[in-house]
Write a protein that binds this ligand. Structure first.
Ligand code: BTN
Length: 257
């Protein structure tokens, strides 16, 4: 199926190519999952690409969940590129910060729920799914991003148990292509810089948007009060048994109301 929106791919490719020469921009009308497609392709060609799908029939979220979106009302894309940072810890937090800073520089309404959910005014706006494949001495990194642009049907929005937010609440009239043009250069820049700088420059930027800081949370089996993130991007949790640090693996974080 051909795309129906005007994604201005040549213009976007020129902007992204200035950051990473050779990066291709590709838009599909529909695919199962942009992350899955890049993972499949990486077995034979591991070139840098920004892959957008107007519709995903099998979108995937963290922890084996599905990611439901609706054509025209959602932005779903993945960035794939070879990368070899000395340390990957905190990458998902850096990615979340880069997206949030690009969408709302003031940092008053858009927050981050560790490790990498985007929340607008206390409801979930989007999510990030980071995966990678071995690639010689490097890895092929796949950063998948799903953002709600406008309200989708109640049935589709039911995956957002915490409440559903859309980008047009922040910026009325915004469409998926203009949202992509805003976030893609910031995302690519952050990923490329992460290769050398790691999480250090992002720690403070995460802190100012940290949704759970000071709140009672449950992280997997552990309960406590969230006390920000460490220099490695771990969640610091004050429990009855003392401070615990939690790495951003497959842990689900729930806030107590
Ligand atoms: C989450 O909050 O659980 C993460 C959601 C990530 C969704 C995006 S949409 C583009 C990319 N392709 C997928 O199948 N998932 C990610």
């Amino acid at each position: 199926m051909d795309p129906t929106l005007d994604w201005q791919t040549d213009k976007l490719a020129a902007r992204l190519g200035a950051l990473l020469p050779g990066l291709a921009v590709e838009v599909l009308g529909e695919t199962g999952s942009t992350n899955s497609l890049l993972a499949e392709r990486a077995r034979s060609e591991a070139r840098p690409v920004l892959l957008v799908a107007e519709h995903q029939s099998g979108g995937r979220g963290r922890m084996g969940r599905s990611w439901v979106s609706a054509p025209g009302s959602s932005l779903t894309f993945s960035l794939g590129l070879p990368l070899a940072p000395a340390d990957w810890s905190g990458l998902s937090l850096a990615v979340g910060c880069a997206l949030a800073d690009a969408l709302e520089p003031a940092g008053t309404r858009l927050q981050l729920k560790w490790p990498n959910d985007l929340w607008l005014d206390g409801r979930k706006l989007g999510g990030i799914l980071i995966e990678s494949q071995p690639l010689g001495p490097e890895r092929y990194l796949i950063v998948g991003v799903g953002l709600n642009i406008r309200v989708i049907s109640t049935a589709d929005a039911s995956q957002f148990g915490s409440g559903f937010a859309a980008l047009n609440e922040l910026e009325p009239g915004i469409e998926a292509p203009s949202a992509l043009a805003r976030v893609a250069p910031a995302l690519l820049g952050a990923v490329l810089d992460f290769g050398s700088e790691r999480f250090t420059p992002w720690q403070q930027r995460f802190e100012r948007r940290d949704l759970t800081r000071g709140r009672k949370v449950t992280a997997g089996e552990l309960q406590g009060v969230a006390r920000g993130v460490s220099a490695a991007g771990e969640l610091m949790l004050q429990t009855d048994a003392g401070m615990r640090s939690i790495a951003s693996g497959e842990v689900s974080l729930r806030m107590e109301s």
